[in-house]
Design a protein around this ligand. Structure first.
Ligand code: SF4
Length: 359
Protein backbone atom coordinates (compact mmCIF):
# COMPACT_ATOMS: atom_id res chain seq x y z
CA UNK A 1 0.00 0.00 0.00
CA UNK A 2 1.45 3.41 -0.90
CA UNK A 3 -0.90 6.11 -2.11
CA UNK A 4 -3.53 7.49 0.20
CA UNK A 5 -6.66 5.64 -0.91
CA UNK A 6 -9.17 8.29 0.02
CA UNK A 7 -12.24 6.20 -0.70
CA UNK A 8 -11.01 3.25 1.35
CA UNK A 9 -10.86 5.47 4.45
CA UNK A 10 -13.79 7.74 3.57
CA UNK A 11 -16.26 4.90 4.19
CA UNK A 12 -15.10 4.54 7.80
CA UNK A 13 -17.12 6.31 10.47
CA UNK A 14 -15.29 8.40 13.07
CA UNK A 15 -15.57 5.67 15.72
CA UNK A 16 -14.29 3.01 13.30
CA UNK A 17 -11.29 5.16 12.41
CA UNK A 18 -10.61 5.73 16.11
CA UNK A 19 -10.82 2.01 16.90
CA UNK A 20 -8.48 1.13 14.02
CA UNK A 21 -5.93 3.78 15.00
CA UNK A 22 -5.98 2.55 18.60
CA UNK A 23 -5.47 -1.06 17.39
CA UNK A 24 -2.55 -0.08 15.12
CA UNK A 25 -0.93 1.89 17.96
CA UNK A 26 -1.14 -1.19 20.15
CA UNK A 27 0.26 -3.41 17.41
CA UNK A 28 3.21 -1.08 16.69
CA UNK A 29 3.81 -0.77 20.44
CA UNK A 30 7.00 0.73 21.83
CA UNK A 31 8.52 1.37 18.40
CA UNK A 32 5.99 4.13 17.71
CA UNK A 33 5.73 7.69 19.02
CA UNK A 34 2.91 9.99 17.89
CA UNK A 35 3.54 13.68 18.49
CA UNK A 36 0.62 16.12 18.41
CA UNK A 37 0.80 19.90 18.12
CA UNK A 38 -1.67 21.97 20.18
CA UNK A 39 -3.31 23.29 16.99
CA UNK A 40 -4.40 19.82 15.88
CA UNK A 41 -8.08 18.98 15.88
CA UNK A 42 -9.20 16.81 18.81
CA UNK A 43 -9.99 13.88 16.50
CA UNK A 44 -6.23 13.59 15.82
CA UNK A 45 -4.83 15.13 19.02
CA UNK A 46 -6.43 12.39 21.15
CA UNK A 47 -3.98 9.83 19.69
CA UNK A 48 -0.82 11.80 20.49
CA UNK A 49 1.53 10.15 23.00
CA UNK A 50 3.13 13.54 23.65
CA UNK A 51 1.74 16.98 22.94
CA UNK A 52 3.22 20.47 22.87
CA UNK A 53 4.22 23.49 20.82
CA UNK A 54 6.87 23.22 18.14
CA UNK A 55 9.79 23.65 20.55
CA UNK A 56 8.51 21.17 23.11
CA UNK A 57 7.77 18.58 20.42
CA UNK A 58 11.25 18.99 18.90
CA UNK A 59 12.67 18.33 22.39
CA UNK A 60 10.40 15.29 22.77
CA UNK A 61 11.62 13.92 19.44
CA UNK A 62 15.27 14.52 20.39
CA UNK A 63 14.83 12.59 23.65
CA UNK A 64 12.93 9.68 22.06
CA UNK A 65 16.03 7.69 21.10
CA UNK A 66 14.20 4.39 21.68
CA UNK A 67 11.42 5.16 19.17
CA UNK A 68 11.96 3.84 15.66
CA UNK A 69 8.95 5.61 14.11
CA UNK A 70 7.89 9.16 14.95
CA UNK A 71 4.58 10.19 13.40
CA UNK A 72 4.35 13.96 13.54
CA UNK A 73 0.85 15.41 13.67
CA UNK A 74 1.86 18.97 12.90
CA UNK A 75 3.35 20.78 9.90
CA UNK A 76 6.44 20.27 7.75
CA UNK A 77 8.94 22.54 9.53
CA UNK A 78 8.19 20.75 12.82
CA UNK A 79 8.73 17.31 11.29
CA UNK A 80 11.97 18.58 9.73
CA UNK A 81 13.21 19.75 13.15
CA UNK A 82 12.36 16.30 14.54
CA UNK A 83 14.34 14.63 11.75
CA UNK A 84 17.32 16.97 12.32
CA UNK A 85 17.35 16.20 16.05
CA UNK A 86 16.90 12.41 15.83
CA UNK A 87 19.38 9.71 14.83
CA UNK A 88 19.96 8.30 11.34
CA UNK A 89 18.01 5.12 12.03
CA UNK A 90 14.90 6.88 13.32
CA UNK A 91 12.13 7.67 10.87
CA UNK A 92 9.91 10.77 10.95
CA UNK A 93 6.60 10.61 9.08
CA UNK A 94 4.09 13.38 8.34
CA UNK A 95 0.57 12.12 7.57
CA UNK A 96 0.09 14.75 4.82
CA UNK A 97 3.03 16.17 2.86
CA UNK A 98 0.92 19.23 1.98
CA UNK A 99 0.74 20.22 5.65
CA UNK A 100 3.16 23.12 5.36
CA UNK A 101 3.19 26.47 7.15
CA UNK A 102 2.26 29.52 5.09
CA UNK A 103 4.54 31.71 7.22
CA UNK A 104 7.55 29.41 6.73
CA UNK A 105 6.83 29.36 2.98
CA UNK A 106 7.10 33.17 2.89
CA UNK A 107 10.89 32.98 3.20
CA UNK A 108 12.51 30.85 0.51
CA UNK A 109 16.26 30.28 0.40
CA UNK A 110 16.61 32.11 -2.93
CA UNK A 111 14.83 35.20 -1.60
CA UNK A 112 16.80 35.25 1.64
CA UNK A 113 20.17 34.75 -0.12
CA UNK A 114 19.38 37.54 -2.54
CA UNK A 115 18.38 39.90 0.32
CA UNK A 116 21.57 38.95 2.17
CA UNK A 117 23.71 39.93 -0.82
CA UNK A 118 21.92 43.30 -1.04
CA UNK A 119 22.35 43.88 2.69
CA UNK A 120 26.11 43.42 2.49
CA UNK A 121 26.37 46.98 1.14
CA UNK A 122 24.97 48.58 4.30
CA UNK A 123 26.91 46.89 7.07
CA UNK A 124 30.64 46.67 7.74
CA UNK A 125 30.52 45.14 11.17
CA UNK A 126 28.17 42.30 10.61
CA UNK A 127 24.54 41.34 10.23
CA UNK A 128 23.43 38.44 12.39
CA UNK A 129 20.52 36.39 11.05
CA UNK A 130 17.92 35.01 13.45
CA UNK A 131 15.14 32.73 12.30
CA UNK A 132 11.97 31.84 14.10
CA UNK A 133 11.64 28.06 14.46
CA UNK A 134 8.69 28.38 12.02
CA UNK A 135 10.99 28.27 9.00
CA UNK A 136 12.24 25.62 6.61
CA UNK A 137 15.33 23.52 7.32
CA UNK A 138 17.05 25.33 4.42
CA UNK A 139 16.54 28.71 6.11
CA UNK A 140 17.71 27.33 9.47
CA UNK A 141 20.83 25.99 7.72
CA UNK A 142 21.48 29.36 6.06
CA UNK A 143 21.20 31.08 9.45
CA UNK A 144 23.44 28.50 11.12
CA UNK A 145 26.13 28.88 8.46
CA UNK A 146 26.05 32.69 8.78
CA UNK A 147 26.65 32.58 12.55
CA UNK A 148 23.02 33.15 13.57
CA UNK A 149 20.49 31.34 15.71
CA UNK A 150 17.00 29.93 15.75
CA UNK A 151 14.50 31.43 18.21
CA UNK A 152 11.06 30.48 19.45
CA UNK A 153 8.16 32.63 20.56
CA UNK A 154 9.23 32.12 24.18
CA UNK A 155 12.90 33.09 23.83
CA UNK A 156 12.85 35.59 20.90
CA UNK A 157 13.78 38.56 23.13
CA UNK A 158 16.72 36.68 24.63
CA UNK A 159 17.99 35.56 21.21
CA UNK A 160 17.56 39.07 19.78
CA UNK A 161 19.60 40.52 22.68
CA UNK A 162 22.32 37.96 22.01
CA UNK A 163 22.33 38.68 18.27
CA UNK A 164 22.55 42.46 18.79
CA UNK A 165 25.67 41.89 20.88
CA UNK A 166 27.29 39.88 18.04
CA UNK A 167 26.99 42.45 15.26
CA UNK A 168 25.50 45.82 14.43
CA UNK A 169 22.24 44.54 12.89
CA UNK A 170 19.89 41.59 13.17
CA UNK A 171 18.08 40.15 10.16
CA UNK A 172 14.94 38.56 11.65
CA UNK A 173 13.13 35.85 9.63
CA UNK A 174 10.38 35.12 8.67
CA UNK A 175 7.79 36.64 11.08
CA UNK A 176 7.62 40.43 11.04
CA UNK A 177 5.33 40.53 14.06
CA UNK A 178 7.31 38.32 16.44
CA UNK A 179 10.37 40.38 15.47
CA UNK A 180 8.62 43.71 16.00
CA UNK A 181 7.07 42.65 19.32
CA UNK A 182 10.44 41.41 20.58
CA UNK A 183 12.26 44.58 19.45
CA UNK A 184 9.62 46.69 21.18
CA UNK A 185 9.96 44.67 24.41
CA UNK A 186 13.69 45.48 24.29
CA UNK A 187 12.89 49.22 23.87
CA UNK A 188 14.49 49.45 20.45
CA UNK A 189 13.13 52.69 18.92
CA UNK A 190 10.77 52.30 15.94
CA UNK A 191 13.12 54.19 13.60
CA UNK A 192 15.78 51.54 14.26
CA UNK A 193 13.46 48.78 13.06
CA UNK A 194 13.03 48.41 9.27
CA UNK A 195 10.77 46.14 7.26
CA UNK A 196 12.34 44.13 4.43
CA UNK A 197 9.63 43.70 1.78
CA UNK A 198 10.22 40.65 -0.36
CA UNK A 199 10.75 41.26 -4.05
CA UNK A 200 11.58 44.97 -3.75
CA UNK A 201 15.06 46.45 -4.28
CA UNK A 202 16.69 46.99 -0.86
CA UNK A 203 13.50 45.54 0.59
CA UNK A 204 11.69 48.80 -0.21
CA UNK A 205 14.11 50.86 1.94
CA UNK A 206 16.66 53.56 1.22
CA UNK A 207 20.33 52.91 1.97
CA UNK A 208 20.05 55.46 4.80
CA UNK A 209 17.08 53.65 6.37
CA UNK A 210 18.92 50.35 6.23
CA UNK A 211 22.09 51.91 7.62
CA UNK A 212 20.16 53.29 10.59
CA UNK A 213 18.21 50.10 11.34
CA UNK A 214 19.40 47.74 14.06
CA UNK A 215 16.64 45.21 13.39
CA UNK A 216 15.55 44.24 9.88
CA UNK A 217 12.28 42.34 9.74
CA UNK A 218 11.29 39.98 6.95
CA UNK A 219 7.66 40.63 5.99
CA UNK A 220 6.26 37.18 6.70
CA UNK A 221 3.22 36.57 8.88
CA UNK A 222 0.88 33.92 10.21
CA UNK A 223 -2.54 34.17 8.58
CA UNK A 224 -4.24 32.82 11.72
CA UNK A 225 -2.73 35.38 14.11
CA UNK A 226 -3.38 38.20 11.61
CA UNK A 227 -7.10 37.65 12.28
CA UNK A 228 -6.78 39.41 15.65
CA UNK A 229 -7.21 43.17 15.90
CA UNK A 230 -6.82 45.85 18.57
CA UNK A 231 -10.53 46.66 18.07
CA UNK A 232 -11.49 43.12 19.18
CA UNK A 233 -9.48 43.62 22.37
CA UNK A 234 -11.27 46.91 23.09
CA UNK A 235 -14.65 45.33 22.30
CA UNK A 236 -14.09 42.51 24.82
CA UNK A 237 -13.11 45.03 27.47
CA UNK A 238 -16.35 46.93 26.84
CA UNK A 239 -18.43 43.72 27.00
CA UNK A 240 -16.64 42.03 29.90
CA UNK A 241 -15.04 44.39 32.41
CA UNK A 242 -12.30 42.51 34.27
CA UNK A 243 -11.58 40.16 31.36
CA UNK A 244 -7.97 39.04 30.84
CA UNK A 245 -6.74 39.12 27.27
CA UNK A 246 -3.78 37.04 26.19
CA UNK A 247 -2.43 36.80 22.63
CA UNK A 248 0.35 35.03 20.79
CA UNK A 249 3.30 37.27 19.76
CA UNK A 250 2.72 36.40 16.09
CA UNK A 251 -0.15 38.93 16.40
CA UNK A 252 0.29 42.52 15.17
CA UNK A 253 2.08 44.88 17.55
CA UNK A 254 -1.01 46.99 18.24
CA UNK A 255 -2.87 43.84 19.38
CA UNK A 256 -0.03 42.80 21.70
CA UNK A 257 0.10 46.36 23.07
CA UNK A 258 -3.64 46.36 23.88
CA UNK A 259 -3.64 42.88 25.44
CA UNK A 260 -2.91 42.20 29.13
CA UNK A 261 -0.45 39.44 28.35
CA UNK A 262 1.26 37.79 25.42
CA UNK A 263 3.04 34.51 25.23
CA UNK A 264 3.92 31.36 23.35
CA UNK A 265 1.40 28.55 23.04
CA UNK A 266 2.81 26.89 26.16
CA UNK A 267 2.79 30.30 27.90
CA UNK A 268 -0.90 30.80 27.09
CA UNK A 269 -1.75 27.34 28.45
CA UNK A 270 0.21 28.01 31.66
CA UNK A 271 -1.45 31.42 32.20
CA UNK A 272 -4.95 29.95 31.89
CA UNK A 273 -4.08 26.94 34.05
CA UNK A 274 -2.86 29.02 36.95
CA UNK A 275 -5.72 31.56 36.84
CA UNK A 276 -8.40 31.34 39.53
CA UNK A 277 -11.78 29.64 38.96
CA UNK A 278 -14.35 32.04 37.55
CA UNK A 279 -11.78 34.10 35.66
CA UNK A 280 -12.74 35.34 32.20
CA UNK A 281 -10.35 35.11 29.24
CA UNK A 282 -10.26 36.13 25.59
CA UNK A 283 -7.45 34.32 23.80
CA UNK A 284 -5.81 35.29 20.54
CA UNK A 285 -4.47 32.07 19.07
CA UNK A 286 -5.51 29.07 16.95
CA UNK A 287 -9.05 27.90 17.64
CA UNK A 288 -8.33 24.22 18.36
CA UNK A 289 -6.19 25.20 21.33
CA UNK A 290 -8.79 27.68 22.58
CA UNK A 291 -11.55 25.05 22.35
CA UNK A 292 -9.37 22.54 24.21
CA UNK A 293 -8.75 25.07 27.00
CA UNK A 294 -12.52 25.64 27.20
CA UNK A 295 -13.08 21.87 27.64
CA UNK A 296 -10.25 21.47 30.14
CA UNK A 297 -11.31 24.45 32.29
CA UNK A 298 -15.10 24.41 32.62
CA UNK A 299 -14.70 26.51 35.79
CA UNK A 300 -13.32 29.41 33.70
CA UNK A 301 -15.02 31.51 31.08
CA UNK A 302 -12.82 31.26 27.97
CA UNK A 303 -13.46 32.95 24.62
CA UNK A 304 -11.72 33.13 21.28
CA UNK A 305 -10.65 36.77 20.78
CA UNK A 306 -11.99 36.97 17.20
CA UNK A 307 -15.37 36.02 15.80
CA UNK A 308 -13.77 34.50 12.67
CA UNK A 309 -12.76 30.84 12.50
CA UNK A 310 -9.01 31.21 13.32
CA UNK A 311 -8.18 27.73 12.01
CA UNK A 312 -4.72 26.86 10.77
CA UNK A 313 -5.71 25.44 7.38
CA UNK A 314 -2.56 23.37 6.90
CA UNK A 315 -2.64 21.85 10.40
CA UNK A 316 -6.12 20.61 9.55
CA UNK A 317 -4.75 18.60 6.60
CA UNK A 318 -3.81 16.00 9.21
CA UNK A 319 -6.91 13.88 9.67
CA UNK A 320 -7.63 10.59 11.48
CA UNK A 321 -7.91 8.89 8.05
CA UNK A 322 -4.42 10.00 7.01
CA UNK A 323 -2.99 9.08 10.42
CA UNK A 324 -4.50 5.61 10.07
CA UNK A 325 -3.13 5.31 6.52
CA UNK A 326 0.42 6.01 7.81
CA UNK A 327 -0.01 3.46 10.62
CA UNK A 328 -1.51 0.84 8.28
CA UNK A 329 1.56 1.21 6.06
CA UNK A 330 3.92 0.98 9.01
CA UNK A 331 2.23 -2.25 10.04
CA UNK A 332 3.07 -3.56 6.55
CA UNK A 333 6.68 -2.30 6.96
CA UNK A 334 6.10 0.38 4.37
CA UNK A 335 7.21 3.97 5.01
CA UNK A 336 5.00 6.67 3.53
CA UNK A 337 5.53 10.44 3.73
CA UNK A 338 8.95 10.22 5.33
CA UNK A 339 10.50 13.60 6.11
CA UNK A 340 14.21 13.51 5.36
CA UNK A 341 16.45 16.54 5.71
CA UNK A 342 19.58 16.16 3.63
CA UNK A 343 22.70 15.86 5.88
CA UNK A 344 24.44 19.02 4.67
CA UNK A 345 21.28 21.07 5.42
CA UNK A 346 20.75 19.28 8.73
CA UNK A 347 24.32 20.14 9.78
CA UNK A 348 23.80 23.90 9.26
CA UNK A 349 20.34 23.84 10.85
CA UNK A 350 21.70 21.95 13.88
CA UNK A 351 24.29 24.72 14.36
CA UNK A 352 21.51 27.32 14.51
CA UNK A 353 19.41 25.19 16.87
CA UNK A 354 22.38 24.44 19.13
CA UNK A 355 23.27 28.14 19.30
CA UNK A 356 19.75 28.85 20.53
CA UNK A 357 20.06 26.20 23.22
CA UNK A 358 23.37 27.71 24.36
CA UNK A 359 22.02 31.29 24.57
S1 SF4 B 1 -0.70 28.69 12.87
FE1 SF4 B 1 0.39 30.08 11.48
S2 SF4 B 1 2.56 29.86 12.00
FE2 SF4 B 1 1.46 28.11 12.91
S3 SF4 B 1 1.62 26.48 11.37
FE3 SF4 B 1 -0.32 27.56 10.97
S4 SF4 B 1 0.25 29.14 9.43
FE4 SF4 B 1 2.16 28.40 10.34
Amino acid sequence: MQHFEKMKYAVLAENELAAKIAARKKELGEKLLILGHHYQHESVFQFADLTGDSLKLAGNAARAADKKYIVFCGVTFMAESADILTSEDQVVLLPDMEAGCSMADMATLDEVESAWRELAVVSDSGIVPVTYVNSSALIKAFVGEKGGSVCTSSNAERVLTWALAQGDKVFFLPDEHLGRNSASALNIPDDQVALWRRGQPLGGNTVEQLAKARVLLWNGYCSVHMEFTAEQVKEWRRKEPGIKIIVHPESRHEVVREADLYGSTEGIIAAVEKSRPGSVWAIGTEVNLVKRLQRQHPDKNIHLLAESSCVCATMSYITPAKLLWVLDNLAERCLVNQIRVEEETAKGARLALERMLAI
